[in-house]
Design a protein around this ligand. Structure first.
Ligand SMILES: Nc1nc2c(ncn2[C@@H]2O[C@H](COP(=O)(O)OP(=O)(O)OP(=O)(O)O)[C@@H](O)[C@H]2O)c(=O)[nH]1
Ligand SMILES: O=C([O-])CC(=O)C(=O)O
Ligand SMILES: [Mn+2]
Length: 597
């Protein structure tokens, strides 16, 4: 520890953890920051960093009467979403990363990124951000430390995770923490890499300042590294919301649901049931990620490892998601939305009139009727979950909540019916494994193309997808009381591209059916795809102003569409080669024979 950086890492450090100190010193030697700041997560620190970010133009204060504690950030226009083609799993063997991940040999990755990181923090501050994914003291919880030269990242991490002293205290002298290194660099997409080293519990992210690329606790640790660790330790790290639904009789059922990015997790997790559901209550445990493990009573318990929401802004309004609107009314960071003349934020799909004039997400003047969107389609809010009016009292429970139903859902304009129930766990894993979804603005690339997205984990699985599916199959041996598995699709469209199902709060009707099935209360109809609601004693459609033929269309199963679907599934399974689990291949054969061969 000869260098000044190394010395600086030690002198002010609020810890004596030798492994942590040595690692911070090593990373500082490489990146050469002017100073090192250990974050404690305090209010004072928040104020200091916020003031600094405002002074540097990183944050724009919003109208504090309308949105107290809220700020706008504009990211580089070349840096507005996760970059899957620049995201790598760095395992010693390529096969361990599997065919669905980009792979780089670990030494090559360390060397390549090391060159970019060398001196990358010159003239800048390195922030040491200790954080806990999961409630402090929970047996589910994992500790990470992110080193970053971005104040924006620090302020976001502070909302998204339990950050600072509490995490450092929980870590103590242990060397069991995720080592995250992030530098914004010169935000050049040609020098942008998000690399995961599962064997080293390490993440190196260079050249981006946006969301899932840089808030390393989220997709990088909680999902990519998490899924890898989960397989070794016998649990599941999933891209799932968690909600509790309580009936008027006071019976609470916990449900976890996997939908791909920008396909409705946050909305479903905060849903307000329609008027017909007086006395029903939906409460949010989590909106994006679930860590699930068998509990002592044999049930599957889930926690939300996060402490905040990094949510899609466009389309959010008092009709679609009133709880989200309340959540983002204060203490929220907005990224890439538009600015109104009176210092409030605006986005496509917000309530009320479209303003005559705005400043768009890139800071340019914008006029009503402009062909370009004022807010970026993947603009986001970062808000503390404690702002959520329907936050579950179990959201901080170290033991998590017992899950009774798992739901898989994609964005499909055709083919996939509104809801069905799997015949059993293996068939449910097959439904999850064969999920497809039309791509969205949450990742760079073309929007609206169907791609296979098993369990909504295609961009987030930290190891071989075939092994991942096998892990799901194997989990049934360690779960005494298996959750029931369902598939949903809120996004089916008619010939004119109109959604057939009203969605949002009305999804309560589907959720009620799921809850009734979990408790064995309603009969079903068997179809070739699974069990579906019956015409009588099926979905509650009371008070729903929807033509019967639209419901019929939303729930229809068309054999010709399924023949096409099976081909697309085949291409996916072929990619997995010998690692395609046999039990799923059998499910596939059974479905083909049900379809008449
Ligand atoms: N038609 C329809 N659209 C929906 C529904 N639920 C959500 N959406 C829209 O889908 C988009 C994404 O919704 P979110 O709830 O933010 O999706 P998410 O899965 O949380 O997204 P990530 O944060 O990227 O993981 C928004 O534009 C919503 O308005 C629904 O039930 N029906
Ligand atoms: O990770 C991000 O940047 C945003 C997000 O939640 C997702 O894409 O699923
Ligand atoms: Mn979300």
């Amino acid at each position: 520890m000869a260098s000044t950086q190394a010395a600086a890492a030690g002198t002010q450090a609020p810890t004596k953890n030798p492994t942590l100190l040595a690692w911070v010193a090593r990373m500082a030697e490489m990146t050469q920051p002017d100073s090192i700041v250990w974050c404690d997560g305090s209010e004072d620190e928040k104020k200091r960093l916020t003031d600094q970010a405002v002074k540097e133009g990183i944050l724009i204060p919003l109208n504090q009467e309308k949105r107290p504690g809220c700020y706008l950030h504009r990211s580089n226009p070349n840096d507005v979403a996760r970059v899957e083609h620049l995201t790598f799993i760095c395992t010693p063997n390529k096969t361990d990363a599997g065919p669905t991940n980009n792979w780089m040999e670990p030494e090559e990755a360390y060397t390549k990124l090391g060159q970019h990181f060398t001196g990358s923090m010159k003239g800048r501050t390195m922030y040491v951000v200790p954080y806990a994914m999961g409630p402090i003291g929970s047996p589910f919880t994992k500790i990470g430390v992110e080193l970053t030269d971005s104040v924006y990242v620090v302020l976001n991490m502070r909302i998204m995770a339990r950050m600072g002293k509490q995490a450092l205290d929980m870590l103590g002298d242990s060397d069991d923490f995720n080592r995250g290194l992030h530098s914004t660099g010169d935000v050049n997409p040609d020098r942008r890499y998000i690399c995961h080293f599962p064997q080293d519990n390490t993440i190196w992210s260079f050249g981006s300042g946006y969301g899932g690329n840089v808030l390393l606790g989220k997709k990088c640790l909680a999902l990519r590294i998490g899924s890898y660790v989960g397989r070794e330790e016998g649990w599941l790290a999933e891209h799932m919301l968690i909600l509790g639904v309580t009936s008027p009789k006071g019976e609470t059922t916990y449900v976890a649901a996997a939908f791909p990015s920008a396909c409705g997790k946050t909305n479903f997790a905060m849903m307000i049931p329609p008027a017909e559901y007086k006395g029903w209550k939906i409460e949010t445990v989590g909106d994006d990620i679930a860590w699930m493990r068998p509990g002592p009573d044999g049930r599957l318990y889930a926690i939300n490892p996060e402490a905040g929401y990094f949510g899609v802004v466009p389309g959010t309004n008092y009709k679609t998601n009133p709880n989200a609107m309340e959540t983002i009314a204060k203490d929220t960071l907005f990224t890439n939305v538009a600015l109104t003349p009176d210092g409030d934020v605006w986005w496509e799909g917000k309530d009320g009139e479209v303003p005559e004039e705005l400043t768009d997400w890139q800071g340019r003047p914008w006029k009503k009727g402009s062909a370009e969107k004022a807010a970026h389609p993947n603009s986001r809010f970062t808000a503390p979950m404690s702002n959520n009016p329907v936050l579950s009292s179990k959201a901080n429970d170290p033991m998590g909540v017992p899950i009774s139903a798992l739901i898989f859902g994609g964005r499909r304009s055709t083919t996939v019916p509104l809801v069905l129930q799997a015949f059993n766990w293996t068939h449910g894993v097959f439904l999850g494994a064969t999920m497809g979804s039309e791509t969205t603005a949450a990742a760079t690339g073309k929007v609206g193309v169907v791609r296979r997205d098993p369990m909504a984990m295609l961009p987030f699985c930290g190891y071989h997808m075939g092994d991942y599916l096998q892990h799901w199959l194997d989990m049934q041996k360690s779960i005494g009381q298996l959750p029931k598995i369902f598939q949903v699709n809120w996004f089916r469209q008619d010939k004119n591209g109109k959604f057939l199902w009203p969605g949002f709060g009305e999804n309560m009707r589907v959720l009620e059916w799921v809850v009734n099935r979990v408790h064995g209360r309603v009969p079903t109809k068997e179809t070739l795809l699974g069990w579906v609601p019956r015409q009588d004693e099926g979905l509650n459609l009371k008070g729903l102003d929807l033509p019967a033929d639209m419901v019929a269309e939303a729930t229809s199963i068309k054999e010709d569409e399924w023949k096409t679907e099976l081909k697309s599934q085949e291409v996916f399974f072929e990619q997995l080669g010998t690692k395609a689990p046999e039990a799923l291949m059998l499910q596939r054969k059974l479905l083909i024979s049900r379809l008449g061969g």
